[in-house]
Design a protein around this ligand. Structure first.
Ligand SMILES: [Zn+2]
Length: 307
């Protein structure tokens, strides 16, 4: 599989707005092109400039109980970064500045679809520097009770993801899926898959003053063996697709494009972050490399034609 040889950024600035799933408050999001070597940087537009920058880095993950929350050295936090990061990584963007005027990235429809569409409509440009790939050389594995996740070496130059979930609820049951991640496979097979939760947990969150923005507009709600959303599922295995989407967003916090194979049983933000921290620690198990072949720029029109 051919990988992009050059770093990529947005071609223009893009703006959208939506409510936070926990605060219920509206926030405005500005996605900006950024220079080579910037990486993915968040900025809280409602906080003093000197304290507002938060790098998208695995060791800044502060809380994974309800989505992924980042916290910088000044104590500035930003919640629910994972679905936006999944779209950014999935579409092959290396450098971006993301401004949010509140404590939480908007949940939109609970998937990465709107962020994916926004990025593709805005366009992606190649930059004049080689992209760095982190190639896994030896297995890195983490385990937490029934949850496990690992990154393994692969013989090709691709990033593969495979995950399996097993829920007692018949609405979900046992689901397994593998995907070879490209901008096209992300946009076509993962981006639309919505987050999900059990109705009993949502009620509990509400009683704690959390999940104020959660509704059937931005999550699949499951009660026992039933799906409460009147429109049902977008595809039968939407649950496992969302889990893989989450893994893309969580692993984006490694800060490099990955060449390897991610596998997980009962994945979640907490086990994914444990894995990311191990990768950042076990530097002898991977190597950074660049692609020599000159590849064509990722074209939004090309991807749109594949959708
Ligand atoms: Zn999610």
């Amino acid at each position: 599989m051919k990988q992009q040889a050059y770093q990529q950024a947005l071609a223009n600035t893009a703006i959208c707005a939506g409510i936070g799933v926990h605060s219920g408050e509206r926030a405005r999001l500005t996605l900006k092109p950024a220079a080579v070597g910037t990486g993915i940087m968040f900025r809280r537009a409602d906080v003093a400039e000197s304290q507002s920058w938060i790098e998208a880095r695995g060791d800044l993950v502060h809380d994974v109980a309800l989505g992924t929350k980042l916290k910088n050295a000044h104590g500035t936090t930003l919640s629910t970064v994972e679905h936006l990061l999944a779209a950014v990584y999935g579409l092959g963007i290396d450098n971006m500045i993301i401004e949010v005027d509140g404590p939480e990235v908007p949940i939109m429809d609970g998937s990465s679809a709107l962020y994916t569409e926004l990025i593709l409509r805005t366009g992606v440009k190649q930059q004049a520097a080689a992209a760095q790939y982190l190639r896994i050389l030896e297995p890195i594995e983490v385990q937490d009770g029934p949850k496990s996740a690992r990154l393994l070496p692969t013989n090709d130059d691709a990033f593969h993801l495979e995950a399996e979930i097993d829920f007692a609820s018949e609405a979900i049951g046992r689901q397994k899926k593998s995907i070879c991640l490209t901008a096209t496979s992300f946009a076509r097979e993962l981006a639309f898959a919505r987050t999900f939760g059990f109705y009993r947990d949502i009620k509990k969150l509400h009683s704690m003053g959390l999940g104020q923005g959660a509704s059937l507009e931005n999550a699949i709600a499951v009660e026992d063996d039933k799906i409460l959303n009147p429109e049902g599922l977008r595809v039968e295995d939407e649950f496992i697709r969302h889990k893989i989407l989450d893994a893309v967003g969580d692993l984006a916090l490694i800060g490099h494009r990955i060449i390897g194979r991610y596998e997980s049983e009962q994945p979640g933000h907490s086990i994914n972050n444990l894995l990311v921290r191990e990768v950042l620690k076990q530097k002898e198990k991977w190597v950074l490399e660049t692609r020599k072949a000159k590849s064509a720029p990722l074209s939004a029109a090309h991807i749109a034609a594949c959708l």
